[in-house]
Ligand binder design. Structure first.
Ligand code: SF4
Length: 331
């Protein structure tokens, strides 16, 4: 018998968590003790099911209405054509083949990776042509050259896909390349710390804490049940290395479209050292119509939150409108 006590405990790596994520709808149902017909037939589409096992472990068993399950299950009605729901709802595809989107004054958004640790069914980039974007394929030279000629760009937003899909070594290379630009702040939009908290490893914390940039991380959480103890610990480690740690959520029917869920989300984020930043109205991407919540309902929910929470825990309700230079505040 090997001496188990003498063997060092090896923390599973984040790469392993992504590699072993659940991709088969039948397996997900089995893990949750749900009958085959519980959610109807799964839509088979190029944007397949992808959900890490630790995220599955946060779902309630035998509950087809679980708010985490509803974010990842490929409902058959994804395949219905719904007027106004399109492949490119904010009209950003084709803006720049080198992967740099300059929609906002003083800021530029770099599509740093096409990979994600989870497939969120309502994602507005679910049909984004990452393969056509040089930066998403790891070639940043043209994007950096464009940024070097843009001294007004003070903040570079790393987006994707999920930029924390890059290894620490690749991320370190990217930050070093960005040092040749006038940017003073690097903002990272990521769902990794929430769905795969192992991603917040020592190397990443050292990297973000040691750069000359002010670093802001905007995580993406839609429901308080996503924030278990492992996530809380990871966020505490991450926050120590940053200038700011914020959250953005999407208002989703059947997931968080009631005041109690949104209050719990804000309070739980605060426990974890994260401030609620944006609550997005759904971008009308093809396949996501069943998640849409009416704007008037959104405004009423924000009024309810204002009555129940301190102002710093009330997110801004916003809508992204194609062709506009910034998000439009709704409430
Ligand atoms: S992690 Fe972000 S980019 Fe990836 S599918 Fe989810 S919302 Fe979209």
């Amino acid at each position: 018998m090997p001496d188990v006590a003498a063997e060092p405990f090896v923390r599973p790596s984040w790469q392993e968590a992504v590699r072993t994520a659940v991709r088969d709808p039948a397996e997900l149902l089995q893990l949750l003790d749900l009958p085959t017909a519980a959610l109807g037939a799964a839509a088979s589409a190029p944007f397949g099911l992808l959900v890490p096992r630790s995220f599955v472990a946060r779902m309630r068993k035998r509950d087809p209405n679980d708010p985490l399950l509803k974010q990842v299950w490929p409902f058959a009605n994804e395949l219905d054509a719904v007027p106004e729901f399109t492949a490119d709802p904010v009209r950003e595809q084709g803006l720049a083949a080198h992967g740099l989107l300059q929609k906002y004054a003083g800021r530029a958004l770099l599509i740093a990776s096409g990979a994600c640790p989870v497939h969120c069914r309502y994602c507005f980039r679910r049909e984004f042509p990452y393969r056509e974007q040089l930066a998403a394929r790891g070639d940043w030279s043209e994007a950096i050259a464009a940024l070097a000629k843009a001294p007004d760009v003070r903040e570079v937003i790393l987006s994707g896909g999920d930029p924390l899909s890059l290894s620490n070594r690749r991320l370190s290379e990217l930050l070093a390349r960005l040092a040749d630009t006038a940017a003073t702040t690097v903002r990272i939009h990521t769902r990794f710390p929430i769905v795969v908290p192992e991603r917040i490893d020592d190397g990443l914390v050292r990297l973000l804490g040691g750069t000359r940039f002010r670093t802001v991380v905007v995580v993406h959480t839609n429901h308080a049940n996503e924030l278990d103890l492992a996530v809380e610990r990871a966020l505490a480690e991450l926050r120590a290395a940053l200038s700011a740690l914020l959250n953005q959520a999407v208002l989703l029917k059947g997931v968080n479209d009631d005041a109690d869920s949104l209050v719990s989300l804000s309070e739980r984020l605060f426990d974890c050292g994260v401030l609620p930043y944006y609550l997005h109205l759904l971008d009308r991407v093809a396949g996501a119509a069943h998640y849409e919540v009416d704007e008037t309902v959104g405004k009423k929910l924000i009024a309810d939150l204002r009555a129940r929470l301190p102002g710093y825990l009330v997110p801004r309700l916003v809508r992204e409108t194609a062709g506009e230079l910034s998000k439009s505040p709704v409430a």
